[in-house]
Design a protein around this ligand. Structure first.
Ligand code: NI
Length: 269
């Protein structure tokens, strides 16, 4: 079974056929889906979706480009959602200096990244991290707020995933050393994705998670179209080729990886 660790099925792109599509995924090869909140509004819609489907879970959090959503009141609400029975992670949270170049905006991103990391730590939940053009600050903040102790996982040094990984293989190895997983999606199938292919070659399969980030980032041969979890086998094929293992092994190991990471919060399993 495929564990899809990063989807946005509450997105408007799925307005017309959401129910039909999600039900069909669970009848196929997709065993579990984490729908990921990115704003206060999408954290609400994410939780609604997770309540509807037994095998859909929720990540609650505010994306760096939406930190304008956050104030003491909304943050208190977010804190309450970490105890929702379907919540398995805090995310997606992080830094995005690609879209936001102003220093004051970036400072606000850092502040809310730290507060949401601390919230994850207090709630003993793993984190789903979005980081673009901000590798150094992301790394520094993770080191400052705490590494593997974020989820009180001092036994096996595991605490989150760097989703849609876009940095160098050297950075990936560093994040892995700190206890993080690396999220790999459609980009790995693109012809020009040299860095990500090298990253997959250089890190252990035991630290890779499968994800779509749908509706975005569709793999070849669907590049540019609306993405969905049933396209993950194209990503699996490519990872299998790069790691010289079978597709079945990639599917199996990444399933176990996701189960390990996302079942730790509050003593699940
Ligand atoms: Ni996302």
């Amino acid at each position: 079974m495929i564990f899809e660790t990063h989807a946005h099925y509450d997105d408007d792109a799925f307005a017309k056929d959401r129910e039909e599509l999600v039900s069909s995924l669970f009848l196929g090869k997709v065993g579990r889906i984490i729908n990921v909140g990115a704003s206060i509004a999408s954290t609400k819609t994410t939780l609604n979706l997770a309540e509807q489907y037994e095998n859909m879970y929720a990540a609650v959090g505010v994306h760096p480009s939406d930190v304008a959503d956050l104030n003491e009141e909304t943050f208190a609400w977010l804190r309450e959602q970490t105890t929702h029975p379907k919540t398995v992670a805090v995310g997606e949270i992080g830094l995005d200096y690609y879209w936001d170049k102003e220093p004051e905006v970036q400072a606000r991103q850092r502040e809310w990244f730290m507060r949401q990391l601390t919230l994850a730590k207090e709630s003993r939940l793993p984190v789903i991290i979005h980081s673009r053009d901000a590798a150094e600050d992301t790394m520094n903040i993770l080191k400052e707020v705490g590494r593997w102790d974020i989820c009180d996982m001092s036994d096996d040094e595991v605490c989150g995933v760097i989703h849609c990984f876009s940095y160098s293989p050297e950075m990936a190895r560093e994040f892995v050393k700190m206890g993080y997983y690396i999220g790999v999606g459609g980009v790995v199938t693109f012809k020009n994705a040299k860095k990500l292919k090298e990253t997959v070659e250089q890190i252990p399969l035991e630290r890779i998670l499968l994800e779509t980030d749908c509706p975005y980032m569709a793999p070849e041969p669907h590049r540019g179209k609306r993405n969905e979890s049933s396209y993950i086998p194209y990503v699996i094929e490519k990872i299998a080729e790069l790691k010289h293992v079978t597709a079945e092994e990639v599917e199996h190991v990444t399933w176990e990886n996701a189960m390990t990471l996302f079942s730790k919060g509050r003593g699940r399993e």
